[in-house]
Design a protein. Structure first.
Length: 343
């Protein structure tokens, strides 16, 4: 065994000296970028091919607007047969379905506005491939106009091949220059350390509120959990902007969508423990679009069902990236917020 001696009477060995029963060498795995396609403005299709066979994929897709109204959709392994089916809801309306389709629709608003989507795919070769997709569309620019939201749940009825190619397509017009699709992969056997998501900030509070400054990235992933909250409400702001520059669309426990222009992003009143999961597209020159899913534990005990909420937001700032996220509500609580990002 090779031993080196360091200050403070520390002794250090090498990774090569580890045995099978010792701790791993530090390779941890995680979401890794498998490929991305960025539009030059001359095509209605973005393709990432030669994908490594991963058990799960995450897809980030963003458009900054199209010349003509068009739906967006996915296709796998260049399969144009009638092998796709999906269920969807737009702005909280009753579900629609489409079966024996040649594509999987992913954003059903059919307009020209900037949009952002986050999709998850289960990719076991012997099973039909299942997709969960949440999307937000800017709608007409300006804080007085509520964003739109969509939910899609789809399947590709292939039970013999893993996905090795993903096409993101526009139904009727070309993508704008800079539009892109990023494909991430994760597998239980992964041991890489080049994770796509970089931790930008983390804060744990006790009887207080969150405020985190961080280096801006194009894509942000924010998770926060509140325990033992005090009375009051929970508001989120970007870059300490107190103007009426935020607009929300939301549904709570499956109720009809409501919309509201505000001077902050109001969330659940944290009378109980709450978990928030958010994705944000953070381009300086575009309105910032937010997808947020919330679980509130409600009264304690298995006899009480939790509450759920689906929120989308936009922050009508077109000159700055988000560099600070803070809570300006009246509640104080115990909890933790973590922010990850990537370009």
């Amino acid at each position: 065994m090779t031993i080196t001696y360091h200050a403070g009477r520390r002794i250090q060995g090498l990774d090569a000296d580890r045995t099978a029963t010792q701790l791993p060498s530090g390779s941890v795995g995680g979401w890794v970028e498998l490929g991305r396609a960025t539009s030059g403005g001359s095509s209605n299709q973005l393709t990432v091919s030669s994908l490594a066979d991963k058990r799960y994929y995450m897809i980030l897709s963003s458009d900054v607007g199209m010349a003509g109204a068009a739906a967006r959709f996915f296709r796998f392994n260049n399969d144009s047969g009638s092998n796709y089916a999906y269920r969807y809801s737009t702005n909280g309306a009753a579900d629609g379905t489409s079966t024996s389709n040649t594509v999987l629709n992913s954003l059903n608003v059919n307009d020209t506005f900037p949009q952002f989507q986050v999709s998850y795919l289960a990719n076991r070769s012997a099973n039909e491939k299942l997709l969960i997709n949440h999307g937000v569309a800017q709608n007409t620019a300006g804080a007085s106009n509520a964003p739109k939201r969509t939910e899609h749940f789809g399947k590709w009825a292939n039970t013999s091949n893993a996905i090795n190619r993903i096409d993101y397509m526009s139904a009727a017009t070309n993508f704008t220059s800079g539009d892109e699709m990023v494909v991430l992969g994760w597998d239980p056997a992964d041991t890489h350390t080049n994770n796509f998501w970089e931790e930008l900030g983390s804060q744990t509070v006790s009887g207080s509120k969150f405020a985190i400054d961080f280096t801006p990235k194009k894509y942000l992933w924010v998770q926060w959990v509140i325990h033992n909250p005090g009375a009051g409400n929970s508001f989120m702001r970007f870059n300490d902007d107190t103007g009426s520059n935020y607009h929300r669309r939301s549904s709570v426990d499956g109720a009809a969508d409501s919309t509201q222009q505000r001077s902050e992003m109001n969330m659940f009143d944290p009378a109980d423990g709450v978990f928030y999961n958010q994705f944000i597209i953070n381009n300086a020159s575009n309105e910032k679009l937010v997808i947020c899913n919330i679980c509130d534990h409600n009264s304690a005990g298995a006899a009480n069902a939790p509450n759920r909420a689906e929120f989308v937001w936009k922050w009508a700032n077109t000159s700055d990236q988000i560099t600070r996220i803070s809570d300006y509500g009246s509640a104080t609580y115990d909890g933790t917020m973590k922010i990850w990002g990537a370009d």
